[in-house]
Design a protein around this ligand. Structure first.
Ligand SMILES: *[C@@H]1O[C@H](CO)[C@@H](O)[C@H](O)[C@H]1NC(C)=O
Ligand SMILES: *[C@@H]1O[C@H](CO)[C@@H](O)[C@H](O)[C@H]1NC(C)=O
Length: 348
């Protein structure tokens, strides 16, 4: 008895779904009546899947796909090789009265840190990762310049601020590993920019896209007379594809305090026979916003010893063993704030 009433219910349910389906197909045909036959030809396959659909959920999904079809906007063309919006070298301003609200007002097209060019499909999808603690003013200046800069480059991008919780010694490299792993949970980013909070790019021909080889974007900064700090320098702002970064097992997790972690990454890149490329020096220029060394980010006196071990330990020390606890993820208008507990230095 109970079994049969279930049958009846199912049968009735099926008719109802069928009726809904017929109605929506009719509505759909009516909407597309003016269009070419080509688009109508899509319908038989959709209808077939509905008949084959065995569960109620399957049928509902097929119904949904019919409505989705109606809402799909016309496909966009690929953005041009060189964006027509680029302006070249700019004089940067750092107004002390600037607020986060001002920057939000200036960037209404950005939502939850993310932006897509409105008129074309971006050539790359890029996640910008900024390690952070107690540098709110620098972050504000960087967001103020970086959002319009990236929009002029017609990129699909998102900005992630990786905030180290607590007051153990700062660990830039581990924060960047966390940023990479967390950003990939949101979207399959093909390119990552590892970005210091105090460096602001001066020229939008310095493209925030990835290359066939790892790319170092800071050739010069005002603090060093716009000269490369030293041959092989790979710090400040770097760009690596998802695959390049994965191949080197990311950054090392064991550099606490200032220095060394960028040289470690260079060694990893070289061990993989990759070659670091740089944009021309007249383009790869940055302004370094003035600051004193932060407490909690003292020079890492152990860095030379650690660098000597990189060829032996890189396979085990990196993305693969990056342990952390995500404390919060705040999706703010201009950036995603990922706050993490990354632990503290261990005796080694
Ligand atoms: C670089 O420019 C910034 C912003 O104008 C300024 O605060 C800083 O002092 C400059 N640094 C040097 C060494 O000129
Ligand atoms: C990120 O979130 C944490 C936790 O809410 C907060 O303490 C911190 O100030 C935030 N950082 C930024 C840059 O928004």
């Amino acid at each position: 008895m109970a079994f049969c009433s279930v049958c009846k219910f199912l049968r009735r349910g099926k008719y109802f779904v069928l009726l809904l389906l017929v109605l929506s197909v009719l509505a759909w045909i009516a909407t597309f009546a003016g269009e070419t036959m080509k688009s109508v030809q899509v319908s038989p396959t959709t209808v077939q899947t509905v008949h084959k659909g065995e569960t109620l959920e399957g049928e509902l999904n097929s119904l949904r796909s019919v409505t989705d079809l109606q809402n799909t906007p016309a496909p966009k063309v690929k953005c041009p090789e060189e964006s027509p919006l680029l302006q070249g070298a700019l004089k940067l301003s750092f107004e002390s009265s600037l607020t986060l609200k001002d920057v939000e007002q200036e960037n209404k097209a950005v939502a939850e840190g993310q932006y897509r060019p409105p008129d074309c499909t971006a050539r790359q999808s890029v996640a910008i990762l900024i390690p952070h603690r107690n540098r709110e003013k620098h972050l504000l200046y960087l967001l103020h310049h970086l959002h319009p800069f990236l929009q002029r480059q017609q990129l699909h991008y998102s900005i992630y601020v990786i905030q180290q919780a607590g007051d153990a010694t700062f660990n830039r490299a581990k924060l960047l590993n966390v940023g990479y792993l967390e950003a990939l949970k949101d979207y399959n980013w093909e390119c990552f920019i590892f970005h210091d909070v105090d460096l602001v790019p001066e020229n939008d021909y310095n493209l925030y896209i990835c290359d066939k080889q790892p790319k170092h974007l800071v050739v010069g900064r005002n603090a060093t007379g716009y000269k490369l700090r030293y041959k092989g320098y790979f710090g400040g702002v770097t760009a690596m594809t998802k695959d390049q970064f994965h191949k080197v097992n990311g950054f090392s997790n064991i550099y606490w305090g200032w220095g060394g972690e960028d040289d470690d990454l260079r060694i990893r890149v070289e061990l993989q026979k990759m070659k670091i490329v740089r944009p021309p020096p007249d383009v790869a220029r940055y302004t370094m916003v003035f600051h004193k060394r932060d407490s909690g980010n003292e020079i890492n006196k152990d860095r030379m010893r650690l660098l000597g071990r990189t060829p032996q330990v890189w396979r085990k020390d990196g993305l693969k063993n990056c342990l952390y606890k995500t404390l919060s993820i705040e999706r703010l208008p201009l950036y995603v704030n990922v706050t993490v507990d990354i632990g503290k230095p261990q005796a080694s």
